[in-house]
Design a protein around this ligand. Sequence first.
Ligand code: NAD
Length: 432
Amino acid sequence: MKIAVVGTGYVGLVTGAGFSDFGHDVTCVDIDPKRVETLRRGEVPFYEPGLHDLIKRNAGLDRLHFTTSTVDAVKGAEVVFIAVGTPSTEDGSADLSYVIEAAKQIGAALTGFTVIVTKSTVPVGTAAKITAAVGSVAKQPFAVASNPEFLKEGDAVNDFLRPPRVIVGAEDPQAIAVLRELYRGVLRTNDRIQVMDIASAELTKYAANAMLATRISFMNELARLCEVVGADIENVRKGIGSDPRIGNKFLFAGAGFGGSCFPKDLRALRHTAQSLDVPLHVVDAVERANERQKRLLGERVLAHFGGSLAGKRIAIWGLAFKPETDDIRESPALVLIEQLRGAGATIVGYDPAAMKNIEAAGTGIELVKDAYAAAAGADAVVLVTEWHELRDPDLERLKSSMRTHVLVDGRNVWPMADARAAGFTYYGIGRG
Ligand code: NAD
């Protein structure tokens, strides 16, 4: 099948490369010429495990192409995916300008009946807006469908190639048939395709992110209670996670959630509900709890040093919003940096993949190429992102190189008892 994918970010590129791997002829289009140049050279513009090999293989087989021309990409395509960004606007609603612009460009480029599919996360009612935008310029018949994407950055290729389910929102029988056919290779049996009305498909994506975020905020609030009553959130987590009705995913207390999706999608969901006068009290509380949680690590460091960090050197291990990605959008590390800087600290950071993005964001912190170089001479090491290489620190090495021995474990992955036995002051989240 000939496919076009509009937008080559985390979602568009994984989608394009993924479908090409199943033998489809895919053209990815982006308005950013630098990005397209990078892709044509065989490089990936961001860090995502496994993606480089997937792109290299399929570009080499001449079934994955990159262009800046929507006209070229859409020409002859049976399916066109919209995978452009939907960032937050100031009032929290999703900014649909990229989606609508892309829809118009696609509409003007159609060469025959085409199924236009939204992969971007968009509020309920967007399919109708896309239909109107395409219809205002199209001279060819088309159908609009919703196919929200559930991949996780850091494991996106695996999620795309082996999805637990594929949600298709569509009313047009031809669109449903084309999407079933397209996903045949990915799913082999069709029983993991859920076809539903478009509004439900659009809402399912927001509901999924809101549910996952709710679990995280719930555990973060319980962690605070654990500290006061002398319980350990890690025991509580294991205790409830082994209940099959609850399951053990997304129950880790930590430094709060960030990233390009949860915060903005919660805001957009709340905005949709508010504008329709339907209160979502749980979602409000999840956001409030998270804003508070993102400040916890900084507060812990400040409290330890008596409120001022003048003359103190604080090392941050991990800057990306989660491991296995270079994405720093709304990372808790950014909040921590602001807090520490505000209190007069010198900050030195290390991350296996995100340092280029931290530098580009203009945080101005010192960046070093190795976790132990960051810790050298530091008064405290704060773990924000639990990359594998940061989970099991060499305590002896830290002991001999740090100036004062404070460890703030924002992910509860360091060995608390060992750290204390080695003479560190150890702070976790919701424990001891
Ligand atoms: P991104 O910001 O990384 O990439 C978007 C790309 O679209 C950019 O490269 C931009 O130049 C390009 N673009 C914008 N307008 C264009 C146009 N008219 N024509 C061609 N290209 C255009 O975005 P992302 O993280 O891939 O997210 C895309 C969408 O998918 C968002 O709605 C997001 O909420 C959703 N989503 C993201 C993830 C994730 O983990 N990142 C997961 C699921 C869903």
